[in-house]
Every structure is written in structure tokens, then in C-alpha cells.
Design a protein around this ligand. Structure first.
Ligand SMILES: [Cu+2]
Length: 500
């Protein structure tokens, strides 16, 4: 009998312990009084092949109608019928929702305040229970968006975003402390904040970390863009990262003068792509609901971004983390006195828009290495999304590829719309003739013979991916052989030439 009673007592205590744990996940999910709002832009015309960055003023109808707190944001991109486009066709390179009326001690550029963002990793922004981003209906929002059309076909899409929201007039709002977003970026201050990773660069681990492995002076004589000094004592309550394909992790460290340096947050990439870290078929960890870091005025926060350097070169990569900081709250867990777990958790799994990986099955173009040598050529014109001469699509009609005498260069000239249709000439491993997908082709030409032209075209200086020129030349030092290349922006575009 006493044994049964003991068992019952144990069961009761288990239930008592389990009940609050289940009810309190640390997030606002399921809390009464939290509104679930849905917003969408007007239809956005996506021009053929575009890869541009645009700023849209967000109209009042696309924001909460009253003051309050934003506690969760989930951005996405859809066709007008609500379907999410396949990422190998149209993809959300990024959308950043910025408050032009707000200020942040760490801002992406200028004084605007970032609120949340979405890249193709589509991480859900979650601010833990007890905190929220303070929104005012009079705030002016700017949506900085980059929609990449991998095809020559125009279409229309919308950016969409779900917000969980607590109206300021509600009783629940009284329990909310405001948080300020801090933008950590390895290229903070640049309108297009990117860096390149060369295949086989970095360490023996096959990984390249920026800025740590970018030579002895990664920022030249300028500011260390990846570092930021805390202006006041505060507690960090949430963190979300952004990377591009090939990206493995963003790390946030804190250095305290005379005390040391600690890793406090890691946004870790989990790739669902069977080929590994090579595509947008990925999700990133965000901070766990209970994660907190107490910082002191003068602490140096730094971000670094690590990419895979085994499988491919990666051009124009980002490394960004948005921290949500509770400014009037000193006394969070001191990372130098307690153990702060830097690991986060995924906010979603594999997404169906990332299903077309490409690179497998029957070749879609002939093998250019088997093609006959055509006439010596000095210039390839890019027109109508084709390389002329040398496009692998044209090899069906004439089984010849252009030749270049050894010691000379081959020049490329973009004759498509220079303001919209930007093209690159980027080496891929021969034969480079498999079906296009989010993981194929890769910028993985043979070691020592890799090249990349940048994006030939014109755009706002410093705020677009365009190289602001229309021509590019191959190195004149290429040895004899057949070279295959593709356009990074429109990966169905493939070409070849032969040095002899
Ligand atoms: Cu192109």
C-alpha cells in the first residue's frame, strides 16, 4: 500500500513539474491576447533575369494599425496566387524591414533601424516572452528587397510577412519590455555588404572564416566593420543569423577588456541538400527562448562568418546577425561568470521550394570537351541570355566551340539590358552540362584556373551587385584546354571556349 502511495505521489509530483514546463515554452506562442497579423506588398513586377535591390516605402495598410509590440515575424515570397515559387526560378535574396523613424546603436547603414529580415533561409524571428519590439503606427517603414529572377521570364510576386503583435492598449502589453535591434554585419556600413570565398582557401578544415582568414588586414585602414562597442549595460534576449549558400555559421563573440573573449551565439546552418553545404536548401538556428547574455558598457561584440571552401568558390557572400537587446536591463547572465550556451534551435525544416537541386540525371547540353575547335575568337557577346559564340545551348546546331590562342585573353561584352540583365562568367567544372537547379552548377572550376567576372551591368554604386562595367577579360595566362563557365545569376546559361 505504501508503495502504491509513493508511486502515486511520484506521479503527482511529475505532473506538477510537467504542467508549468509545457505551458511555458519561453515564447509568445499560444498566449491569449497576441494577435496574428498577415501583410503583403502590392504585386511586384519581377523583370526578366533581374537581381536588383529596391527600396519600397511600406504603406500604412501593410503595418499594424495601432501602437504595440512585435514579438514574432515570418517573412516569405509568393506568386500572386499564394504559391511559393521554386527557389531555382525566383528567390528572395533578401527583404529587410527597416524603421526609418527609429535609431539603433548598431545600424546597417546610416541611422535606420532594422526590425526583421528574410533571406532564402526564411528563419522565423521570435522574441521571447516578456519582450517585444516597440512599434509606433507613425513609424515610417522601408522594405529593402532583392528579388532574384534566375530566368529570362518576367513574373509578379509579393513579399508577405506574418507578425505576432501585442497592442499597446492591452493588459498583456504591460508585461512587455521593449528590445532594440542591433545589426551585426561583417561588412556593416556597406549598402551591399559582401565578401568572396575562394575554393580551397582558409584552413586545413576546408572552411574559410571572414574576417579572421582574410589576410592580415581584412578591413585595410578602415574600421573593423564586424565589431561594435556596447554603449550601455544591457541584456541580449534573442539572435537570428543570415548566410548564403556555402555558409556554415555566424558566430558572435564578446570581448571584455582584461577579462577575455567568449563565444555567446552561433547561428548554425543545417543543410537538407543531399550535396551538402551548396544551396539555399538550408535553415539556420536562432537563439533558444531562454537564451540571455548580460553585457556591460564597453564590451566589444564581434561577428564572423564561416563558409565551406571544399566544394566551390562562393562570390558575394553575407554574414549578418540581428541581436535583440533589452537596453534598460543590466544583470543578464554574465558570459564570463556563467556558462552561456551559444547554440540555438531551428525554426523550420526543409522547405518544398528547395526541391529542385539539379546536377543529376541526363545532360541537357552536349559535352563541350568533345566539340570540334571553331575559329579563333577575341570577343563573346552576351545577348538574349546566350553566350555568342560558345553557348552550350548552341552546340546542338554547330558542334564547334570558339578557340583562343594561348597567351591571349577572351573578352566578354554584355549586350542585354545593362540596368536589369546582369550576367557573370564564372568557371564551373567541365562538362558543366547537367540540369540546372539550386545546387548546380557550382563555381568549382579546376584549382588554379578558376575565374569570375563579377556581375556585368550597371546599378547604384555601392548598393547593388552590379560591377558597373559591361566587359570582362579572361586571364591571358590560361593553359591549353577546354574551359566551361556559367552565369551565376542565370545558371541555365552555360558556355565554353578552348585555349590552344
Ligand atoms: Cu546571366
Amino acid at each position: 500500500m505504501s508503495r502504491v502511495l509513493a508511486a502515486c505521489a511520484a506521479l503527482v509530483s511529475l505532473l506538477v513539474l510537467a504542467a508549468p514546463a509545457a505551458a511555458e515554452k519561453g515564447l509568445w506562442d499560444g498566449v491569449a491576447g497576441v494577435q496574428h497579423l498577415h501583410f503583403a506588398t502590392k504585386p511586384i513586377l519581377v523583370k526578366p533575369g533581374q537581381n536588383s535591390i529596391d527600396n519600397i516605402i511600406v504603406p500604412p495598410a501593410q503595418k499594424p494599425k495601432v501602437d504595440g509590440f512585435i514579438v514574432r515575424a515570418r517573412p516569405d515570397l509568393t506568386y500572386l496566387d499564394g504559391e511559393v515559387p521554386p527557389v531555382d526560378v525566383i528567390h528572395l535574396h533578401h527583404g529587410v524591414w527597416l524603421n526609418a523613424s527609429g535609431q539603433s546603436p548598431a545600424s546597417p547603414a546610416g541611422t535606420v533601424q532594422p526590425i526583421f529580415f528574410g533571406g532564402e533561409e526564411k528563419t522565423v524571428f521570435r522574441i521571447p516572452r516578456g519582450y517585444g519590439y516597440a512599434y509606433k503606427k507613425t513609424d515610417t517603414w522601408i522594405l529593402n528587397e532583392m528579388i532574384h529572377n534566375n530566368t529570362p521570364n518576367a513574373t509578379k510576386v509579393r513579399l508577405v510577412w506574418d507578425l505576432d503583435f501585442i497592442p499597446a492598449s492591452s493588459a498583456l502589453a504591460k508585461s512587455v519590455k521593449p528590445v532594440v535591434p542591433f545589426w551585426m554585419d561583417v561588412r556593416r556600413g556597406w549598402g551591399y555588404p559582401v565578401f568572396d570565398v575562394a575554393q580551397h582557401s582558409g584552413g586545413a578544415d576546408g572552411q574559410f572564416t571572414f574576417p579572421d582568414e582574410e589576410g592580415t588586414s581584412p578591413y585595410g585602414d578602415g574600421n573593423r566593420q564586424n565589431e561594435f562597442s556596447m554603449p550601455y549595460d544591457a541584456t541580449v534576449v534573442a539572435a537570428v543569423g543570415h548566410l548564403h549558400p556555402g555558409g556554415l555559421r555566424d558566430d558572435i563573440t564578446v570581448t571584455r577588456e582584461g577579462v577575455g573573449r567568449k563565444l555567446v551565439f552561433r547561428s548554425q546552418a543545417k543543410y537538407y541538400d543531399p550535396a551538402g553545404p551548396v544551396s539555399w536548401d538550408v535553415s539556420l538556428t536562432a537563439s533558444k527562448p531562454r537564451w540571455r547574455v548580460g553585457l556591460k558598457a564597453g564590451d566589444r561584440i564581434a561577428i564572423s562568418a564561416t563558409y565551406d571552401a571544399r566544394q566551390s568558390s562562393w562570390y558575394e557572400n553575407m554574414g549578418i546577425v540581428l541581436l535583440f537587446v533589452s537596453p534598460n536591463e543590466p544583470g543578464g547572465p554574465d558570459p564570463f561568470a556563467t556558462t552561456v550556451d551559444p547554440n540555438g534551435e531551428l525554426t523550420h525544416g526543409h522547405l518544398p521550394e528547395n526541391d529542385n537541386h539539379g546536377g543529376t540525371g541526363k545532360a541537357v547540353y552536349p559535352d563541350p570537351r568533345k566539340a570540334a575547335s571553331g575559329p579563333a575568337t577575341t570577343q563573346v557577346k552576351i545577348k538574349g541570355f546566350q553566350f555568342q559564340p560558345g553557348d552550350l545551348g548552341l552546340l546542338y546546331e554547330r558542334d564547334r566551340i570558339p578557340t583562343v590562342p594561348q597567351g591571349q585573353s577572351l573578352s566578354f561584352l554584355n549586350q542585354d539590358d545593362p540596368n536589369v540583365e546582369w550576367h557573370s562568367i564564372t568557371t564551373c567544372r567541365a562538362p558543366c552540362n547537367k540540369p540546372t537547379g539550386i545546387s548546380y552548377p557550382l563555381a568549382n572550376g579546376l584549382a588554379g584556373t578558376q575565374f569570375d567576372s563579377g556581375q556585368l551591368g550597371f546599378g547604384p554604386v555601392g548598393a547593388s551587385p552590379a560591377a558597373n562595367r559591361l566587359t570582362w577579360q579572361t586571364p591571358s595566362t590560361l593553359s591549353n584546354g577546354t574551359y566551361t563557365y556559367f552565369c551565376r545569376i542565370h545558371p541555365f546559361m552555360r558556355g565554353a571556349f578552348r585555349v590552344q
